[in-house]
Write a protein that binds this ligand. Structure first.
Ligand code: F6P
Length: 322
């Protein structure tokens, strides 16, 4: 079945580069002779009929912008079977033949459910966490790691001046990809990720003391969110070592900012590949990056794949942070 009109939406937590993906989807669809509409505020826009027609100029000047011009949401209503049915019926009423969904795993589950209800969908992986199991890379990861790295570098300046230890909590949801990348990039004395169990004495106190005895006078510890309370950790570390310690939670600042070259380029490639599938009536798939190639998978299969942080990378980062 060839498609006449497709839609694009962004869903879940925003990620730098989502706009570049929206642009690529819109321009590819137009190039292929299809009409394209933007759905506002994630899946919620499908309930309210909140859609806007997108011409080529609707996506001008957004390739460099952070956030998402379409708005995003985590829709509770869409998680129910009745919600999905209603959304699919609304799509049919609006003449939407297929949808490109830009977001994370949760958004892909929605795309699968809509596909099963007769609206073919293609998922594009976008989240700063890089925790989508079917792809090596997710849009937003490079920008977020660079932002976190820049902020950690600033904390290093003040830690160095005061001979302190700085414990920095980064995002990542329940995955340590962001923490490992940032920790490696800043030469952290210790990197704590949820995938690898840590021992406070062995992995924090002993490492800091070893570095201290090697002449080090300031320390950075990168901790993935949802692994521990960094304020408590700072208190305990100061008590045990006598080293002045501060904790900083970087928070949502990691989600903002102009996307890096890497994120813009990946978003462009993913966007093009997604529309190429949809134009031929192919749905219920996600596009992904595997060993440098753009590939695609059945959504169900994709959601059941496994991916973890690279234990070798963590080993290397720790061995050379003495
Ligand atoms: O998935 C992106 C992310 O920023 C995670 O890193 C974080 O755990 C979560 O979203 C925060 O969600 P919210 O924006 O709802 O606070």
């Amino acid at each position: 079945m060839s498609m006449k009109k497709i839609a694009v939406l962004t869903s879940g937590g925003d990620a730098p580069g989502m706009n570049a993906a929206v642009r690529a989807v819109v321009r590819t669809a137009l190039y292929r002779g299809m009409k394209v509409v933007g759905v506002l505020n994630g899946y919620n826009g499908l309930f309210d009929g909140d859609v806007v027609e997108m011409g080529p100029r609707a996506v001008s000047d957004i390739i460099q912008r952070g956030g998402t011009v379409l708005g995003t949401a985590r829709s509770d209503k869409f998680r129910t079977p009745e919600g999905v049915k209603e959304a699919a019926e609304n799509c049919k009423k609006m003449g939407i033949d297929g949808i490109v969904v830009i977001g994370g795993d949760g958004s892909f589950r929605g795309a699968r459910d809509l596909s099963l209800n007769g609206i073919p969908c293609i998922g594009i992986p976008a989240t700063i966490d890089n925790d989508i199991t079917s792809t090596d890379y997710t849009i937003g990861f490079d920008t977020a790691t660079n932002t976190a790295c820049e902020l950690a570098d600033k904390l290093r300046d003040t830690s160095q001046s005061h001979c302190r230890c700085s414990i920095i909590e980064v995002m990542g949801r329940h995955a340590g990809h962001l923490a490992l990348q940032v920790g490696t990039a800043v030469g952290a004395t210790s990197i704590i990720v949820p995938e690898v169990e840590y021992d406070f004495k062995r992995d924090i106190v002993d490492r800091v003391m070893y570095a201290k005895n090697n002449g080090k006078q300031h320390y950075l510890i990168i901790v993935a969110e949802n692994t521990c309370d960094v304020n408590e950790m700072a208190k305990k570390l100061q008590e045990e070592t006598g080293i002045n310690t501060r904790a900083t939670v970087l928070g949502h600042v990691q989600r903002g900012g102009s996307p890096t070259v890497c994120d813009r380029v990946m978003a462009t490639k993913f966007g093009f590949a997604a529309v190429e599938l949809l134009k031929d009536g192919i749905g219920n798939r996600v596009v992904a990056s595997k060993n440098g190639e753009i590939v695609n998978y059945d959504i169900y299969e994709a959601l059941n794949m496994q991916k973890s942080v690279d234990a070798d990378d963590l080993y290397i980062a720790h061995r050379i942070s003495i």
